[in-house]
Design a protein around this ligand. Structure first.
Ligand code: PGA
Length: 267
């Protein structure tokens, strides 16, 4: 795994935006997997700024979101449809018919999951999948002890995640119990995964993802088997890592074309 540690969440957003921009600028029809939550908000702000500055355009991009709550209409204040419109899509030039988000209101939830997988395949897979990580190590809404080969499906949230996400609802009772999420198997097929993690609350999960044994107890640890994962983390989230010097050494010794710091480089 490639580990990039930066001082603050803003610094993480800056480098993450450069990684996304690389795909948008260098690929004819980039397919980007998107995440929701608090962590990617600054990244989306940065992408909007790059769009406004004429550095990137999303007109040839396709996006697939990781997950959505079951039973929340797109207009609901906490639906991920609404989150994406309000934090990214309303401010960029992505064609509406190139945006895909799981349909948590589908009459046939099982079929909608099967169709979602088919749509990803029809677009020839995801080039770059943006991921957050839960304090319990989930990616997407793949909770601990689930299959590490799962596909897009309906999942039941753990009480830990319901508690974490209750800050967005009136109370924990209002947090939906069911979600649709890309599976770990779906995520593992993305050609490049980029995990963002910021803050002390994520330190244990980050440690488990990067430096401990692969286990369903920490679903993000499955990424150790991924062909190309970049973890972009702030110093607080990196605080429990034992090999920070090695990660800094690797970054310092990258060849020019491996660096993300220059937009035209970093293939
Ligand atoms: P957060 O959520 O960015 O709001 O911390 C991340 C996640 O649960 O995947």
């Amino acid at each position: 795994m490639e580990i990039i540690i930066r001082k603050t969440i803003k610094d993480c957003a800056d480098i993450a935006a450069k990684i996304v921009a690389k795909y948008i600028r260098e690929k004819n029809n980039p397919v980007i997997g998107l995440a929701t939550g608090t962590t990617p908000l600054k990244l989306y702000k940065q992408l909007i700024a790059m769009y406004n500055a004429g550095i990137i355009s999303f007109k040839n991009s396709t996006t697939f979101n990781l997950d959505e709550y079951v039973g929340l209409a797109p207009s609901h204040s906490q639906s991920y449809h609404r989150y994406m419109n309000e934090n990214l899509f309303n401010f960029i030039d992505i064609p509406k018919d190139r945006i895909f988000i799981p349909d948590g209101m589908a009459e046939d939830l099982r079929q909608t999951c099967i169709d979602y997988e088919a749509k990803i395949k029809a677009c020839k897979g995801i080039d770059l999948q943006i991921l957050g990580i839960g304090s319990n190590g989930h990616i997407g809404f793949n909770e601990p002890m689930g299959s590490l080969s799962s596909r897009t499906w309906i999942k039941i949230l753990t009480q830990n995640t319901i508690q974490d996400n209750s800050r967005f609802f009136d109370n924990a009772e209002k947090v939906p119990r069911h979600v649709i999420t890309m599976g770990i198997g779906t995520i593992m097929e993305a050609r490049h995964c980029m995990v963002l993690a910021c803050g002390w609350k994520k330190a244990k999960a980050v440690k488990a993802m990067i430096e401990e044994a692969v286990t369903a107890k920490w679903p993000a640890s499955a990424l150790q088997f991924h062909q190309r994962t970049t973890a972009v983390i702030d110093e607080a989230a990196a605080s429990l890592l034992s090999h920070k010097e090695q990660y800094a050494w690797v970054e310092k010794n990258q060849l020019d074309w491996q660096s993300y710091e220059t937009p035209s480089k970093g293939k």
